[in-house]
Design a protein around this ligand. Sequence first.
Ligand code: HEM
Length: 207
Amino acid sequence: MTHTLTLPGADPAGADAPGETLRDRLRADTREAHEALDARFSPMMAGDAGRYALFLLMNRDAHAAIEPLLSASPLAGEWRATGRLEAARQDCRILGLPAERAVPAPPELDAGTRAGALGLAYVLEGSRLGAKYLLRALARAPARNPFPTHYLEASSDAGPFTGLMRAMARESFSPAELSRSTEVARHTFRFFGRLADEHETAGPLGS
Ligand code: HEM
């Protein structure tokens, strides 16, 4: 499945356009990275078990590395873990996938400032929107996709993302802080891709 995201107001040339929100900017600046992930994982919608396994491993390792950063960030208290990591672990166990290694987050995922933490949380929590979509799509063909879906189920409540977007809308960041936020978000997408690369290089994950 290759779909184009709906990106209202996401013209990168209009980064300073009046009315453009931080979310608009984050969405525009990470659009290419998101579409690359989307294309990479689209075969799982057609029942590709190896690709679904890779999706779970990538998400498990990403949550394991990123959640502690957010818990210790200026967003602590507003951002809370909601069981997505445990759910990813559960699906990985059911499928007998490789055990978790502690993959440290790269220093570029700097959640030390509120702007940086929001960029990081935008990616982790925004993936809920995709999860909701994927869960619905997999449920349409359960015979073709007999996959455990604890992670997608735990991820398909968009509420925490909406709350985060509300908090984001209350910020009035300087241009430097805006850039910081989008830079961290871009690095976060790259980190997801790198985790998938590493698991893919390690060997076949299913048929
Ligand atoms: C097969 C995998 C994926 C699919 C099919 C997918 C699909 C989608 C869809 C349909 C949306 C909603 C777009 C809209 O309402 O305008 C979305 C949003 C989003 N997804 Fe994904 N997604 C996938 C994987 C991921 C992953 C792994 C991440 C994180 C690394 C991610 C991050 C985001 C973010 C941040 C948004 C919010 C964009 C916004 O600001 O509206 N997605 N995704």
